[in-house]
Design a protein around this ligand. Structure first.
Ligand code: 5CA
Length: 451
């Protein structure tokens, strides 16, 4: 993408409504624009990151054997009356009526809708196990929408639902989700710690939230600092292997780590004092096992091996896709702007032309652009007739992890400058070497195509 043809409305001033750094930088970098309280338009740069994050979520869900689909945003109230949640859900649910006076709602989550699909089409235990998911907009009329995309009213969520014959099978589905989430967040450059939590309006007492530690987080958390030493890394995992998945769950959840809702002071005090931590965190996902809560209420049964109708065991598993942008920025920024981890960066690298209009510099930039693009990489070429200082400030603000700087002086010696946004370190390389180096970096950080 050439910056002169892109739509990147960066702001010079700090917007006064933004209280936390991620919100501030998302507004300043021209990623989002508020349309009404807790509802945002996704401007091109924000949309690109959203889609990169979504791509990683899809890849890791499919790797775990979960099936993508898409359900609507608007749901009929009838289904929610069947489950009993229409009245229970309260003021957070946006209730609508259509021209015929039928009660509808904008879905805050999809347990009822997917259970309705399931009961219409699945009738035998032989069709189990089944886990399907979608990534779709949700609406919750939060009492205090704030911090930009962190607590929106409209937000983008991955929600997955497992249907199993037995509790044991459903717990394996739970563990599969836990493992796939660890991989998902790590690919985004995040450490998200699974913590014992509360079921809330979804239900079930077997649930973990995934928290990214951050001072600006909305949740209070209590944990044994040893959990922060754990990482999933690139170990091989067989998602069909029950013991292996259970082993990962045990490894990542046996140390004390709880949100304030389930915090137990006596248990916490058993953690050696020097390892006890009380901190704040951003909830980027939650997994639930709730047994037959919805299947019994809604008659979602299958014919079991004994020929008898058996309510299926279910769980649901969410990832806050749009919230993740805020969480990643909270975890990765400096006073100049965002520092995107390679896995989610909107463009793989920036190209800054120090002397736009200089034949040699223009030609070198065009060649770099073509060479990177030919390798499937996505550069953002700042080809505007601007001062170098302004171009650097924009690149630093929008946070591309790598920048290639091209100027007549370097080109005389056959070199360009490759700079790491994270370390600030630069090295002089031939243009070919710079391209090679960037290609090598991204070979180990696969991310989907940018939109
Ligand atoms: N049905 C279950 C699992 S699919 C469910 O809805 N879980 S949830 O309520 O925990 O939401 C899943 C994730 O969505 C949360 O972990 C959080 O990361 C994100 N989320 C929830 N509310 C908001 C909000 N108001 N703004 C942004 N993200 C949100």
């Amino acid at each position: 993408m050439r910056l002169s043809r892109y739509f990147l409305p960066v702001l010079k001033e700090n917007p006064s409504e933004a209280q936390i750094v991620s919100h501030r930088y998302m507004l300043r970098a021209g990623m989002i624009k508020q349309s009404s309280a807790g509802i945002y338009s996704w401007l091109p740069l924000g949309f690109r990151v959203l889609k990169k994050i979504e791509g990683i979520v899809h890849e890791e869900q499919m790797r775990a054997g979960h099936i993508p689909m898409l359900m609507p945003t608007i749901q009929s109230a009838d289904l929610w009356q069947e489950s009993g949640r229409y009245d229970d859900y309260g003021a957070e649910m946006l209730r609508i009526s259509d021209r015929h006076g039928r009660d509808m709602l904008y879905g805050p989550t999809n347990e009822e809708l997917i259970t309705d699909i399931f009961r219409a089409h699945v009738s035998s235990y032989k069709d189990l196990p089944l886990t399907a998911y979608h990534i779709q907009w949700k609406f919750r009329d939060e009492i205090r929408p704030r911090f930009g995309v962190m607590r929106g009213r409209e937000f983008y969520m991955k929600d997955g639902y497992n249907f199993d014959l037995t509790k044991e099978d459903a717990l394996h589905a739970y563990n599969r989700h836990l493992v796939s989430y660890l991989r998902t967040y790590e690919r985004m450059g995040l450490q998200a710690i699974p913590m014992r939590a509360d079921g809330g309006p979804i239900g079930g007492d077997y649930t973990h939230e995934f928290l990214v530690l951050a001072e600006t987080g909305e949740s209070e958390v209590f944990y044994d600092s040893a959990v922060t030493d754990l990482s999933f890394g690139d170990r091989a995992i067989d998602y069909d292997n029950v013991e292996q998945c259970q082993g990962v769950l045990e490894e990542f959840t046996s140390k004390y780590a709880r949100t304030d809702e389930t915090h137990d002071e006596a248990l916490f005090n058993e953690v050696p004092e020097e390892r006890r931590r009380v901190a704040r965190g951003i909830e980027v996902g939650q997994i639930f096992y709730f047994g037959t809560k919805y299947s019994e209420a809604m008659g979602a049964t299958v014919q079991g091996p004994d020929g008898k109708p058996t309510p299926v065991h279910m769980g649901s598993h969410g990832i806050g896709v749009s919230r993740l942008l805020g969480a990643i920025i909270e975890a990765s920024h400096d006073d100049k702007g965002i520092i995107w981890p390679e896995g989610v960066t909107p463009f793989h690298c920036g190209i800054v032309n120090l002397k736009q209009g200089d034949d040699e510099a223009d030609a070198a930039c065009n060649q770099l652009y073509a060479a990177l693009t030919a390798l499937g990489l996505e550069p953002l070429y700042d080809d505007r007739k601007e001062r170098a200082g302004g171009k650097f400030a924009t690149m630093d603000l929008i946070g591309l992890p790598w920048r290639i700087t091209v100027g007549p002086r370097g080109l005389k010696n056959g070199v360009v400058e490759l700079t790491s946004r994270r370390s600030g370190e630069s090295e002089e390389l031939s243009p070919e070497e710079a391209v090679k180096k960037i290609a090598a970096i991204y070979a180990s950080h696969p991310s989907g195509r940018g939109f």
